[in-house]
Ligand binder design. Structure first.
Ligand SMILES: NC(=O)c1ccc[n+]([C@@H]2O[C@H](COP(=O)([O-])OP(=O)(O)OC[C@H]3O[C@@H](n4cnc5c(N)ncnc54)[C@H](OP(=O)(O)O)[C@@H]3O)[C@@H](O)[C@H]2O)c1
Length: 413
């Protein structure tokens, strides 16, 4: 399992020890080059490097974006580990979404002009100073939306929207169960549920997040406990919609909780991530534990089982128009101030390892953003040094408390 508490402290200490001498790749001055995060091979954090790459130029139908902010998703952690189906060849530039300013356009890019503020999906290559992507995946953003918000918007809100409204047909008075409720997709789900009258949201999350999310999630449970009896105490008939990003044994539990005419959607497999590198044991265990579904049973019980992958819909299944419609509806909800991305923290490109470790350690509430213009903040700040001095002389019980107090202060915003 991912590490928590004092284990996080050990991990962080090792990271500080191993931190390369401050040598960030300086902002590119050669107009033919740009800075980018490169994944040199599948594996641990040491496979990530910031380096210079040739400047991309837009092809026909493409828009060139001077990137301001990039979204860091749980999926990027799985890509780094090679924990995905048909992984592409390395080296590669990771990242699937960014925001920024249109710098130039290729032929046949009607609707976009130099200077437009945009957010975009990219089929890899997002974690760079400059990105070129087909205009089908680019959306103009409102004047009052910051670049960080925009980079936290598309993947999470589109995924949440498509699942709730396109697949499960969320309506007034329904109930929804969502896991990782304090994460980026989880909070987008909770916000979208609040746009429909009288929807009850059940969520699971690490205990330290409960206070922060209690206003958006109606009933929040510790992710370490068996949530099935807890949900049944409140709603004996179960729930109308289950959104499962964990997979494994969770699939069976979720189906038990589903009401007749209810919809279960599998959209992730976070349970496969345990250590820093891919574990074949966790991979096999997760798939082995998945409930084997008998269609005849589904028919008798009136249950719907579905799956959702936004990136496959966009990049493999030609779903860009469906996604565009969803983005328009979501931007309208943003304009009406009904939804707003929650940004957990901002990180420089050179801090990508620390940012990934934070999501692995379950430390985030909302979205992690790589801010392309941000300078790296040395991890060993005065606060850190003094905290470390205190830790050295503390008992195990005291250090648990100190680490817990200290960690939130690492937040960058
Ligand atoms: N299908 C799609 O189109 C699609 C699109 C976007 C995201 N997703 C999936 O949605 C899920 C959430 O993605 P996100 O980017 O929004 O991430 P996130 O929820 O912001 O961050 C990860 C959170 O997941 C929880 N978690 C569960 N299992 C974990 C594990 N083994 N290791 C570390 N953390 C774990 C932790 O929260 P707690 O400790 O509080 O539980 C952690 O803070 C992921 O499974 C992702 O692959 C799918």
């Amino acid at each position: 399992m991912a590490k928590e508490g004092t284990e996080i402290a050990e991990e962080t200490e090792q990271m500080i020890d191993q931190k390369e001498p401050d040598n960030p790749v300086s902002a590119a001055v050669d107009p033919k080059e740009m800075r980018a995060v490169v994944l040199t091979g599948f594996g641990g954090l040491n496979k990530l490097k910031v380096t210079k790459k040739p400047m991309p130029e837009p092809q026909r139908g493409e828009v060139k974006i001077r990137v301001k902010a990039c979204g860091l998703n749980f999926l990027d952690l799985m890509v780094r580990q090679g924990n995905i189906d048909n992984p592409p060849k390395t080296p590669l530039v990771p990242g699937f979404e960014c925001s920024g300013i249109v710098e130039s356009v290729g032929e046949n890019t009607k609707g976009f002009e130099i200077g437009d503020r945009v957010m975009a999906f990219v089929n890899y290559n997002a974690w760079a100073e400059v990105v070129c992507t087909p205009l089908d995946f680019v959306y103009k953003i409102p004047d009052d939306m910051t670049f960080s918000e925009a980079a936290a918007f598309s993947m999470n809100f589109v995924t949440a929207y498509m699942m709730l409204f396109e697949v499960a047909n969320l309506r007034e008075g329904m109930s929804v169960l969502v896991h990782s409720a304090g994460g980026a997709v989880g909070l987008a789900v909770a916000q979208l549920c609040s746009t429909v009258p009288n929807v009850t949201v059940f969520g699971t999350a690490s205990p330290f997040k409960h206070e922060a999310i209690k206003h958006s999630v109606t009933h929040v449970f510790d992710r370490n406990i068996d949530y099935v009896p807890e949900v049944k105490k409140i709603s004996p008939d179960g729930v109308d919609i289950v959104l499962d990003c964990l997979c494994g044994e969770n699939t069976g539990k979720s189906l038990t909780l589903l009401k007749p005419m209810g919809t279960y959607i599998l959209y992730g497999s976070s349970n496969m991530v345990t250590g820093e590198t891919k574990s074949f044991f966790s991979f096999a265990k997760s798939w082995w534990q998945v409930e084997k579904v008998n269609p005849i049973k589904l028919y008798e019980e009136n249950k719907v089982i579905a799956g959702f992958s936004l990136l496959n819909l966009l990049f493999k299944q030609g779903g860009c128009n469906q996604v565009k419609t969803a983005v328009q509806k979501l931007l309208s909800l943003y304009d009406q101030k009904k939804i707003k991305p929650v940004v957990d923290s901002l990180w420089a490109l050179e801090e990508v390892k620390e940012a990934m470790q934070r999501i692995h350690d379950r430390g985030n509430i909302g979205k992690l953003i790589l801010d392309v213009e941000k300078s790296p903040t040395p991890l060993v700040s005065d606060v850190f040094t003094s905290t470390w001095e205190v830790l050295k002389g503390a008992t195990e019980e005291e250090s648990d408390k100190i680490v817990f107090l200290f960690l939130p202060s690492q937040k960058k915003i």
